[in-house]
Design a protein around this ligand. Structure first.
Ligand code: UT7
Length: 331
């Protein structure tokens, strides 16, 4: 009997309508379009406006697009994982609400948090359920409303992040397509370089934490940059080496969209020409858990069955890694 592999069989995505351009940011903080473009590659990002709309709103929209495209009955989904660093609430699982709202009444659902590596780690989790034969339809959604934890007076972070969501359906494959290998790592040394101090069990919310702006994301950009460049490139190189993939064998790099310079460093290390590197950071900025599925959705039409994709991500914690996946369909 051939081994069951876990393939991505459909994708969907959603970004909110409001476009926050570099020009708008120039009116909020001491920055300029030229600095943002040359240092990060970002031109604009999407922001979710409107009272009472959290990350679930983005996740539901992305899932609904996938269901509609695939003509999939949500009742067939057995598990929904929402990869997110900005859940609707600290305690009630966002995924449970998303499942109910899209009509996935036969699914169980939970959230997975690993900062910007949430979706990458989620791919490993989703694939494991499929490979084991335990479930046949697992929906992985990467969604973040980063604007809910961004300080729009802090020019070092507010220029980077945006809101968005993407979804991917994992199903069994008997042609050997889908997830082939993974190299995932973490290191707590990174905890203080990229974090949101308050609101967790270590420092619960208080008047003091609000006053000190500790419910916003903090980043020591330079330090994170150094770790990200080294580790994203190293893990992508490692996955190529382990699977005997030359730069010619790799059809696409699917890199976390944190900074164009980090993406370029990773693709250079892999020896890839620009045409093989998925990139949409200029339009969405860093959407944290949504970057990878947003790329898949944007590039879906160019992907061919059998294409070799190398995913790479790096995030707070630190968390990082790389996944080698064979694309399973032509759209
Ligand atoms: O997704 C999770 C992982 N996150 C990352 O991978 C992000 C990693 N870090 C980065 O992408 C970059 O470090 C940043 C984009 C955050 C910053 O770029 P940088 O090239 O590392 O800039 P820097 O922090 O070294 O700052 C350079 C200069 C400083 O001025 P001085 O000290 O040289 O006078 C900053 O004050 O740029 C200044 N600066 C700005 N200037 C205009 C910092 N932010 C801004 C800004 N606009 N928004």
């Amino acid at each position: 009997m051939s081994k069951i592999t876990a393939a991505i069989t459909a994708v969907g995505s959603y970004v909110p309508d409001f476009v926050m351009t570099n020009k708008i940011l120039e009116t909020l903080v001491d920055t300029n379009d030229e600095w943002i473009t040359t240092r990060t590659g970002i031109k604009e990002r999407r922001i979710l406006k409107g009272e009472g709309l959290g990350t679930s709103y983005l996740a539901i929209k992305a899932a609904e697009q996938l269901l509609e495209k695939q003509k999939l009955d949500p009742k067939e989904i057995e598990l929904i994982i929402v990869a997110t660093a900005t859940p609707d609430m600290m305690v009630a699982a966002t995924a449970a609400y998303v499942a109910s709202e899209i009509g996935a009444t036969n699914a169980f659902a939970y959230d997975l948090q690993a900062a910007c590596s949430s979706f990458l780690y989620g791919m490993s989790t989703a694939a494991s359920y499929i490979e084991s034969g335990r479930y046949k339809k697992v929906l992985l959604i990467g969604a973040d409303k980063m604007s809910s934890i961004i300080d729009y007076t802090d020019r070092t972070t507010c220029i980077i992040f945006g809101d968005g969501a993407g979804a991917a359906l994992f199903e069994p494959n008997n042609e050997g397509l889908g997830l082939q290998d993974e190299y995932l790592r973490s290191d707590g040394v990174g905890r203080n370089f990229l974090k949101m101090d308050a609101g967790g069990s270590l420092l619960p919310a208080s008047e003091e934490t609000v006053k000190n702006r500790q419910h916003f994301i903090y980043q020591d950009g330079k330090s994170v940059f150094k770790f990200a460049v080294t580790n994203m490139a190293d893990s992508a190189a490692k996955i190529m080496e382990r699977n005997n993939l030359s730069h010619e064998d790799v059809d696409w790099l699917v890199p976390h969209q944190a900074n164009k310079r980090i993406i370029d460093a990773t693709s250079n290390r892999m020896g890839l020409e620009d045409s093989k590197v998925m990139m949409n950071i200029q339009r969405y900025g860093n959407t944290t858990s949504a970057t990878l599925p947003l790329l898949l959705s944007d590039y879906e039409r160019q992907l061919k069955k059998g294409d070799n994709l190398v995913f790479a991500a790096f995030g707070g914690g630190f968390t990082w890694g790389s996944i080698y996946l064979k694309w399973a369909y032509n759209s």
